[in-house]
Design a protein around this ligand. Structure first.
Ligand code: PLP
Length: 405
């Protein structure tokens, strides 16, 4: 496949080779296996002496196209695609770690990644030490003789913490560790961790890469050396993405830059208006100057992304009132969709934690996470303004309660 200078063109023009039918749009290769020319061809492909397709758990043209595009966008030598984002996270750790190894991770990570670290990996003697995202000395101090990987999410879900990748890369390089980044929130269009000296970029393609809430998918982008290990693990453990989902995601990449530009434009406009609303305590958005790590965000990211979080003055109760008053926004577990989505972590994904545990990962009771979609910004704002006004009734209720008690 050819290469082009700019990412936008790569995402569109890195197509799998045309067949004899001269199709313009890449066809869907729904096949579980491939035929060999003869017995010798079959022998040499099984022996991995000759490149080719054997079985779709190993390789498939649609999957290869998706990997090729993502690697080009991330500036990575190689890559691997998986059925889900979690399959990518798990395959990466599974490929690299042996029993007895150790991970140093930022504390604020995706819920299922947290489950891997705390419930699954300990079964195999793999332990994880959490460090606060901005405690760079803490990262260095947490490294033990058996540490293999430093793992972070930036921006993190849902706290939107921003971590300076070059600072962590220095620690990783000094101790010969792999620095891996969950790049889901930023997408390869807004942030390329490998260009900031990280070794691995991991995606849930389910989010912005699909962008329309249709398919699950995941990817790992890294050096040939790391991906060879991932391949050896994933080919036999079987987290393969279906050709149909890979085809859908590859098509989605063609419009990623246009969609992300609009997600970002809408998100910053909404973030600014939220800052001025009386129902709102504080707003967090990577490209707002009020974000504590605005300077790092500007250094690492092209723009702030589509996720905005804010804290309601009316707390847990106000959060639920706010969600119930929304009309345009969807209440759903996904993000990165063309449709705007609102979630209230304290009453849903993080409801089993105590308020103190939630605070540790940056989630207050009044925290609302918005995934700003591609609807007209005025329609998005009208819906939010109505719901914010509704949440204000809970502020007076909680104040009354405080006075009485
Ligand atoms: C959604 C998500 C994942 C997991 O991806 P799936 O495709 O749902 O398996 C991992 N990391 C982050 C930051 C996510 O938002």
């Amino acid at each position: 496949m050819k290469t082009f200078k700019n990412a936008e063109t790569q995402a569109i023009r890195l197509q799998y080779q045309r067949t004899d039918n001269n199709e313009h749009s890449v066809p869907l290769y729904l096949t579980s296996s491939y035929v060999f020319e003869d017995a010798e061809d079959m022998r040499s492909q099984f022996a991995e002496e000759k490149e080719g397709h054997v079985y779709s758990r190993y390789a498939n043209p649609n999957v290869e196209e998706l990997i090729h595009k993502l690697a080009a966008l991330e500036g990575a030598e190689s890559g691997w695609a998986t059925a889900t984002g979690m399959a990518a996270v798990f395959s990466f750790f599974g490929a690299i770690l042996n029993s007895g190894d150790h991970i140093v991770s930022s504390r604020s990570v995706f819920g299922s990644t947290h489950k891997l670290f705390t419930e699954i990996f300990p079964k195999w003697g793999i332990e994880t030490t959490y460090v606060d995202f901005d405690d760079y000395l803490g990262f260095a101090n947490a490294v033990e003789s058996n540490t293999k990987i430093i793992y972070v999410e930036t921006p993190s879900n849902p706290a939107l913490d921003i971590i300076d990748l070059e600072k962590l890369a220095e620690i990783a390089e000094a101790k010969d560790l792999i620095l891996a980044v969950d790049n889901c929130f930023a997408t390869p269009y807004l942030q390329q961790p490998l260009k900031h000296r990280a070794h691995v970029s991991i995606h849930s393609a389910t989010k912005y890469i699909d962008g329309q809430g249709r398919t699950l998918g995941g990817a790992i982008l890294a050096s040939e050396k790391i991906i060879d290990k991932v391949k050896a693990f994933a080919r036999h453990s079987g987290p393969a993405i279906s050709p149909f989902n890979a085809w859908t995601l590859s098509k989605s990449l063609e419009t990623l830059h246009v969609r992300m530009d609009r997600h970002c434009d809408n998100a910053i406009a909404i973030a600014k208006r939220l800052e001025n609303h009386t129902a709102v305590e504080v707003v967090k958005y990577p490209f707002l100057p009020s974000h504590p790590h605005f300077e790092i965000a500007k250094k690492q990211m092209k723009s702030g992304g589509g996720i905005v979080t804010f804290q309601l003055k009316s707390g847990l109760k106000g959060g639920k009132t706010f969600l119930d008053a929304l009309n345009l926004f969807s209440l759903t577990a996904n993000l990165g969709d063309v449709r705007s989505i609102a979630t209230h972590p304290a009453s849903t994904t993080h409801s089993k934690l105590t308020p103190e545990q939630r605070a540790e990962v940056g989630i207050s009771d009044g925290l609302v996470r918005l995934s700003i979609g591609l609807e007209h910004v005025e329609d998005i704002w009208e819906d939010l303004e109505n719901a914010l006004d509704a949440s204000l009734s809970e502020v007076s209720v909680s104040n009354e309660y405080l006075v009485k008690s």
